[in-house]
Design a binder for this molecule. Sequence first.
Ligand SMILES: Cc1ncc(COP(=O)(O)O)c(C=O)c1O
Length: 385
Amino acid sequence: MTAATPPFPALPPAARVGDPVSAVDTPALLLELDAFERNLDRMQAAADAAGVVLRPHAKAHKCPDISLLQVQRGAVGICCQKISEAYPFVAAGIQDVLISNEPVGPAKAALAAELARHCRLSICVDHASQIADLAAACAAAGSRIELLVEINIGQNRCGVADAPAVLALIERIQAHPEQLRFKGLQAYLGSIQHLRSHEERRAAAAGASERTGAVAKALQAAGVHCEVITGGGSGTVEFDLANGVYTEVQPGSYIGMDMDYGRNEFAGSLRFEHALFLASTLMSQGNGERLVLDAGLKSLAVDSGLPLVWGPDGERLDLVYTSANDEHGILQAQGPDTRRPQLGEQVWLVPGHCDPTFNLHDELVAVRQGRVEALWPIAARGLSR
Ligand SMILES: Cc1ncc(COP(=O)(O)O)c(C=O)c1O
């Protein structure tokens, strides 16, 4: 008789609540809760003071626990970029979702119409065929969706050009009063979010608001009121709140502030802190100048640049992350006096771009004062339909 095969073990968790952060198995995506909560509080207070609705974008993090905390503080709901992305958020209790993007085709319309049976759902459109598909799907599902017409204010991505084009789509929307309702405009300009100088960003945001306001005014003259004008991101939100055009803002990255956003000059009072880190470990001492971490392209997005090197005590280290291989990250010491991390020591990295970095991880390790406080699923990871 052969010995019974032992049951195959489940993979142990990378972190346990209560553990010191130094015990977290790496690479692991960390959220430093004190800084994160200050970011949430600052944004909500600024929106409240301006009398503008905050609808934070969940594409930045894909983690329902984060959105629930934003809504607890006063956010009206969330934005998602994709319909499938919204499903875990609604399942977790988020009741008001804007899909800040255009779905095309009956399959996506059906996904949206089903979702609309479980939450208040609004969606962007910029073509009559999207409206027809959504109307048919809502009729079949017995649901109703509110529509925002996206206008192109310089992003040159989606969106119609002007007020007459908006009016033509409103007419199509109004042909389906049981299923659809016109809610307003989306006007988003991502290309100005990372203009580094405060003044340059202020001027660009003013131009974006002006173009948006001109379309809203032309609609008003034609007898159409926009209940909602939504847009903006973490780079322009302080201006979007003050410009008097947007009724709603949709910043996402401010929750954790990646390296790219950290390079913006924030001269106003609305500033955010790095709260998102990738914990990695020194896995090889290389040649002493070149050091090797266990985190590369499979745990960090580098499309906006390589990460900053941070110590677990919250200080910037005199080490530069010079290249990312699939599973390795190469560090260079900057001088003979630079303290080299020891083999097995944790090194924290500030990711270049938060959105695609979150999308590489199943779980967010929430830490406070050096201890693991919670483990939050990044439940919408990979949901890009
Ligand atoms: C339509 C839309 N709104 C808001 C945002 C949020 O921007 P950020 O994460 O830069 O704050 C984005 C980001 O790409 C977006 O595409």
